[in-house]
Design a protein around this ligand. Sequence first.
Ligand SMILES: [Zn+2]
Length: 291
Amino acid sequence: MSISNSKDLLIKATVGKYAVGAFNVTSIIQMVAIIEAAEEVNSPVIIQTSVSPAKQLTPELFGVAFRFLAQNSSVPVALQLDHCSDIDFCKRCVDAGYTSIMIDASKETLKNNIQMTKTVVDYTRTKGNASIEGELGTVGGVEDQIRVVESDVELCDPLMAVKFVNETSLDNLAPAIGTAHGIYKTRNPKIDILRLKNISESVNGLSIVAPLVVHGGTGLSELVVKELIAVGGSKFNVSTELKYAWIDAANEYIKTYGSKYNPVKMNQLQMDAAKKVVFYWIKLLGSAKKG
Ligand SMILES: [Zn+2]
């Protein structure tokens, strides 16, 4: 049985100086592809759904599929809800078997963010072992229905991070450090690596209290990713790149074999394309052979 929550995977990663990929899916078949890829290189893996696919297929269906796949997997697998600002939906996903939840109240005041995050943490503690991720500061770009324009991006302050972690008792912290969702508009986006280092020292200096999460993985240079891992980044969210790979593979199928109407073959091409993205990230994050 290899059902895991995110925190257990991330503490190991932080100690071992590598990171775990959190890959966003919109369907069960994508889940299968990502877990297959992780198994092939013996890597821990986090499957994520944002709110809209979770609503489309229901958290209960994702929960059941996850339980079956993870129990039969040779590597530890976590299922996480990504960026949810609706407390009731966070609770529903905990009840449905998600092992990790991101309550995103980063657009609220600090006081409200603390209160909302703590509400989800408290609920979860009565229900088992799910881990809770909170966000401080705001990540730019568009993720699901959440859009943050560049002028509203606010980076995370290290002292605030300590207060946020202490007062919420959350498990994993996503501090805004200049990464963005979607595709970066410039070739060299300004990522504040020193800020992550300071946050890491403030929050996890004595012992690992809340492993750090980097959102907006797609499009970051390999050098930046490695530097972020070196200063404590232990979870990298990859969403946009997988969406592109999935749709591009469908387009490729339609162009090449469209008149054959063979959905199994189309599924396979899409799974292969998704697996390629996962292999790339696992190698870059250094999580192979850590399963
Ligand atoms: Zn994100």
